[in-house]
Design a protein around this ligand. Structure first.
Ligand code: GTP
Ligand code: MG
Length: 343
């Protein structure tokens, strides 16, 4: 899973990237974007580690992509600049609240830039299709169907709307699969404020645009992190800083993506795995290793809620809460799973 850290130039994207990943942005990677990895804070995982005391612990991680800022001045080039985030699972827009501009307007403008980038891609394809359907080609009916699927999408984008609440039918999904439409990606706003003062009205107005918001003085927090350990607490108190935003931001990003966490646990390793919500037991097996999916026999499942409440696997089994599930079982958030397989 890769999250694009996006936004206009100089809003604090690289600052947030460093705060979340601990990785210093490398100026030589500025144009292409830089990838860093961050651990997902997870209390269930911490408690499972305590319970199993394994030799190895592997928490869930997400990848963050720090991207070059897009331009307010020359919007014409933005569609191309946004190309680096086509592969992102979801977007986190950093808004430079500390700069004193209009934060709500900045989110609206950014959404418009995404819409324009999508419109360019969709329109190019439509123009091509319009020409091709007039030719005596063998797949003319197919091309016509693709054209019919794209026209309502273009119409929506021309109105200036994102595609967040447009339902796509199968033909539309198929016609747009290779585009990775930007204005369809889920988007979170990270409002980078000057200090710990947060304006609830501004947050409400951004949320009304369809983007959940996490606000915080990310720049200040990074500065505090970079102080010698013994000075951090004093400085944080002086600046009125509370708990670091890092955990809050990553939790919010994770919630945005519609993934769940499942676990594999024994005395060798406690491992947290991310999986798209709605995936079945074979897909969970495949996330661990392709052999486990190929040779899948069954999944033995218990919920970590039961496990942590009752204190051991033995107690869960005694309470009759340990289940055997087949291929079609839809994995639930918090499941602890053992895959039985044969290759
Ligand atoms: N005062 C203050 N300055 C900040 C804050 N966040 C970032 N800055 C400063 O703003 C400048 C730009 O920050 P970056 O994190 O590099 O911004 P960016 O969005 O990555 O910039 P581009 O990649 O060039 O688009 C730097 O000088 C930062 O030190 C903040 O919260 N408060
Ligand atoms: Mg940057």
């Amino acid at each position: 899973m890769r999250i694009g850290i996006v936004g206009y130039q100089g809003t604090g994207k690289s600052t947030v990237f460093e705060l979340l990943t601990g990785v210093k942005p490398d100026p030589s990677k500025h144009h292409t974007g830089q990838v860093g990895v961050t651990v997902v804070p997870d209390e269930r995982f911490d408690r499972l580690v305590e319970m199993y005391a394994p030799k190895k612990e592997t928490p869930a991680k997400i990848e963050l992509l720090d991207t070059p800022g897009i331009s307010r001045g020359e919007q014409a080039g933005n569609a191309q600049r946004l190309g680096v985030i086509r592969e992102a699972t979801a977007l986190a827009q950093v808004v430079g609240g500390f700069l004193g501009g209009n934060a709500v307007g900045e989110v609206e403008d950014f959404l418009t830039d995404l819409v324009l980038a999508d419109l360019q891609v969709v329109t190019n394809r439509i123009e091509r299709l319009k020409k091709d359907v007039t030719k005596p080609v063998p797949n003319r009916a197919e091309l016509q169907q693709e054209l019919d699927a794209l026209l309502p999408i273009a119409a929506r984008l021309e109105e200036g709307s994102t595609l967040h609440d447009m339902e796509f039918d199968d033909a539309q999904e198929k016609a747009t699969r290779s585009f990775s439409l930007l204005s369809r990606k889920r988007q979170l706003v990270l409002l980078n404020t000057a200090d710990s003062t947060i304006d609830a009205d501004v947050i409400g107005r951004i949320e009304a645009l369809g983007c959940p918001v996490v606000a915080g003085p990310f720049g200040l927090e990074l500065e505090v992190n970079q102080l010698p350990e013994d000075e951090r607490a004093i400085f944080a108190e002086e600046m009125g800083l509370g708990e670091s935003s890092r955990a809050r931001v990553i939790q919010a990003i994770f919630q945005l993506t519609d993934y769940i966490t499942f676990y594999t646990c024994d005395e060798k390793e406690v491992h947290a795995w991310l999986l798209r919500r709605g995936s079945d037991a074979v897909e969970a097996a495949g996330a661990i290793h392709s052999d486990l999916a190929r040779g899948f026999i069954r999944a033995e499942v218990m919920s970590t809620a039961d496990l942590l409440r009752l204190g051991s696997e033995k107690e869960v089994k005694a309470a009759g809460l340990h289940r055997t599930e087949g291929k079609d079982y839809i994995v639930q958030d918090g499941d602890e799973i053992v895959i039985r397989f044969n290759v």
